[in-house]
Design a binder for this molecule. Structure first.
Ligand code: NAI
Length: 473
């Protein structure tokens, strides 16, 4: 076992949202913790905030008062960095500024033992560049927690160019010994989660821009249809459109205007309007007291329509001369033209879905749609009749997430298991995008991307070579 021993002290610099959470975690794991903040009283306030949070756990019966007292007893507020001299590792969660982080680590280098680890919780700065001017850049590593740190399972352990593999391994195992799911990642813009998650927002915004559906309908398809815990628009409203837009823009710029990361004017206009989300009371949705929750556009089931007995979702069937099949990205009209058969495609991703988008070629009789809707409705599945658009909503989203995941793996940012774990535990996706794509069939994912790419001509939709090669294997 390579993890830092529980009797060794951990230093935490910056006692704000993230630093407080990290201090709590380390103390909960049994380490003595030293908490420092540059601003007078901030470390005390941070410690008090931890105590307050833990009291709520006691009230809910999740912790005993004794455990809380023990935990809090292990956290010591210190007044200077010199007080951290004995720490086996110091994790910084200070302001997101390269020069300030460099100065902090330079100061700590003069204080800590030569083998002490310098961890940074930065969410966007290159680990390589934070480490650059140090005497021992090999001991600098990203230890990227997600907010709230005590709750979110994931820790990205990020190696810069100079980070030693032993240091990364020690931090990996230490994070796991704190009850986290750790994944190794290479220092690249957005690391894993903030890069691979981009299409979740970007495709939803593009779908609105292309007038395929409104925000409420897209969110219903993603959650009830795709199994995502939160719809893209509800999530952007929670994160804050300003924050989300800034992250999009910084990843886009960091990758030299890579079109896959192009930010959205739809979101920029929300920022321009001051509709930042929950924090301003309005974003894509209205959070004012008594405001109506917008409903998804759905097709009502007709009571007199005959159900289709042999409909098995995921399998193509023919009903009254109409082909009904799961989407492979192609438009229903394109399939109908190629086969000479009127066609319905549906946005099938998970058998557990309770909301399904469908699209029809122009020659599909309304009576067949009525039968399909009645059949699905009898099974508890709500239907949205979408424009005949390549990849529909959920398939398009999952294909783009998987594409980004394969690209990241191809570039050695992390391995397949690491990317999948990062997305499941960093942003609570129901499945890792790579495992999900393999389950759906890599060729189906590829044909979805190719169909969108053909129609848009936008290089954003070009398939990753990593995905193409995996699909050939
Ligand atoms: P915060 O503003 O809540 O806390 C930062 C704390 O650092 C403040 O208490 C401030 O007084 C202190 N501080 C600032 N400069 C300092 C210095 N030179 N020396 C000592 N203390 C200093 O910020 P938050 O949200 O906790 O973020 C901290 C870091 O964690 C940033 O690098 C951020 O990018 C990263 N992060 C934030 C996440 C979030 O969702 N808030 C998620 C993951 C990473």
């Amino acid at each position: 076992m390579n993890a830092i021993a529980k009797d060794r002290a951990i230093g935490v610099v910056g006692a704000g949202t993230m630093g407080g959470g990290i201090a709590q975690l380390a103390a909960a794991a049994g380490h003595p913790v030293m908490l420092y903040d540059a601003f007078d009283g901030a470390a005390e306030t941070g410690k008090a905030r931890i105590a307050k949070g833990l009291e709520k756990l006691v009230a809910r019966g999740k912790m005993t008062a004794e455990d809380v007292a023990d935990l809090m007893g292990r956290i010591t507020v210190v007044g200077t960095l010199d007080d951290m001299a004995d720490a086996a590792m110091v994790v910084e969660a200070i302001v997101e500024n390269l020069d300030v982080k460099r100065d902090l680590f330079a100061a700590l280098e003069g204080i800590l033992a030569p083998d002490a680890i310098l961890g940074t919780n930065t969410s966007s700065i290159s680990i390589t560049s934070i480490a650059r001017d140090l005497r021992h850049p090999e001991r600098v590593v990203g230890m990227h927690f997600f907010n709230p740190a005590p709750v979110m399972k994931l820790v990205e352990v990020i190696s810069g160019v100079a980070t030693s593999p032993e240091v990364a391994e020690t931090v990996f195992e230490t994070a796991e010994s704190w009850g986290k799911i750790a994944v190794h990642a290479k220092s690249t813009p957005g690391f894993i989660v903030n890069r691979v998650a981009r299409p979740y927002y970007a495709e939803a915004l593009r779908l609105v821009e292309e007038q395929v559906a409104d925000a409420a309908t897209i969110d219903a398809c993603l959650t009830a249809g795709g199994g995502f815990r939160m719809g893209a628009f509800a999530l952007m409203d929670l994160i804050g459109n300003d924050v989300n837009y800034t992250v999009c823009k910084s990843v886009f710029d960091a990758y030299y205007q890579e079109p896959r990361f192009r930010p959205s004017i739809v979101q920029l206009e929300m920022v321009n309007a001051g509709r930042l989300g929950r924090k301003t009371g309005r974003g894509f949705f209205d959070y004012a007291d008594g405001a109506e929750t917008p409903a998804a556009a759905t097709v009502p089931a007709k009571a007199d329509a005959a159900v289709i007995d042999d409909l098995t979702l995921g399998t193509a069937i023919t009903v009254d001369g109409v082909a009904i099949q799961p989407t492979d990205g192609r438009r229903a009209a394109a399939i109908a033209r190629a086969t000479g058969t009127p066609t319905v495609v549906y946005d099938h991703i998970a058998d557990t879905g309770t909301h399904l988008g469908i699209a029809t070629s122009p020659d599909v009789p309304a009576a067949v749609v009525d039968r399909l809707v009645a059949t699905l409705s009898a099974r508890g599945v709500t239907v949205t009749h979408l424009p005949d658009w390549p990849g529909l909503i959920v398939m398009r989203t999952v294909a783009m997430l998987a594409n980004e995941a394969f690209e990241a793996v191809m570039q050695g940012v992390a391995d397949e298991a690491g990317v999948d774990a990062a997305m499941r535990f960093g942003v609570n996706y129901p499945k890792g995008p790579i495992a999900w794509a393999r389950e759906l069939g890599l060729n189906r994912v590829l044909s979805t991307l190719d169909a969108i790419h053909d129609l848009t001509g936008d290089p954003r939709y070009r398939a990753s070579m990593g995905l193409r090669i995996a699909a050939e294997a």
